[in-house]
Design a protein around this ligand. Sequence first.
Ligand SMILES: [Zn+2]
Ligand SMILES: [Zn+2]
Length: 324
Amino acid sequence: MKVPALAVLSPRSAPVPFTSELRPVGRRDVLLEVLYCGLCHADLDRLGSTEGRYPVVPGHEIVGRVVEVGRRVRGLEVGELAAAGWVTRACGRCQACRDGHAAGCDEASEPGLGGYATHAVVDERFVFRVRDGLAPAQVPALLCSGSVLYTLFRGCKTLPGDRVAVLGNGVVADLASKLAAALGAAVDRVELAHLAAIEGGDRAWASGFDVVVSAEVDPPSDLADQRQHVASLLRRPGSILLCDEPLYPPVVGLSVEWGEQTAGMAVTVCRPEQTQEMLDLCANAGVTVDVELVSFADIVDAHERLEREPGRRMVAELATLPAR
Ligand SMILES: [Zn+2]
Ligand SMILES: [Zn+2]
């Protein structure tokens, strides 16, 4: 199936109008008409690389409408809203697939068949339902950092009533605060620069957190210097989640648990079921994110702005794709 798209033909070149060839819709595939696609710094990383195949149709934060389902697809109907991320298919047989880490499968995605196109073909296992209560244009902004943050919160077993401290003022810190609150946690925003000055009764407030999310836009170059202050926020044992901006899978972040004596570490992997749980949580709790809608006519400028500010949340509307 040939569809209009924008593609990058060689490393670091600008996206240009392109006709993309999608695989046929298989028995377990879903054909999405793309409505919105997120602009994510992970694409710019990929497009700056001289390795891998070109041309590349960027875009791995997709929301669209189901326009066709394969014969064996169950539970997804034509006309429904749905979303897709990095992984569009997987072999189902390799060790990564059997461990539930489809992002690690060699067949996990088709390089260059992203959401800067009118349509996408996605294996039903990696199609996410978009429930009422989620604005379609916001969904792309949740798929990467939302999935990572949710996975991290689940990894450190954040429960209703837990105290969560969030350091940082960027979009990741904002989303972390909203997701933690949606999980029922009591959330406080804390400024690292002010911690040393907190004394007396405020000192009691600024301690005893179950989880500390460190999401500084400009993390301190020597985090060890700051550890003492960050650790002072925590009850023992608790969890510190280190989240640089930008934040996207499969680079899935690091959870550092501080026990009585030693620090243990766990790398967490995002699974499709957790992305679905995160989207459902956002729909139920009314979590919203601020996104800037951009036109594909301005995509070069938008990529440049994203390069300068990797934390920006921009979403392109497919209705603006040229040469439709
Ligand atoms: Zn992304
Ligand atoms: Zn596999």
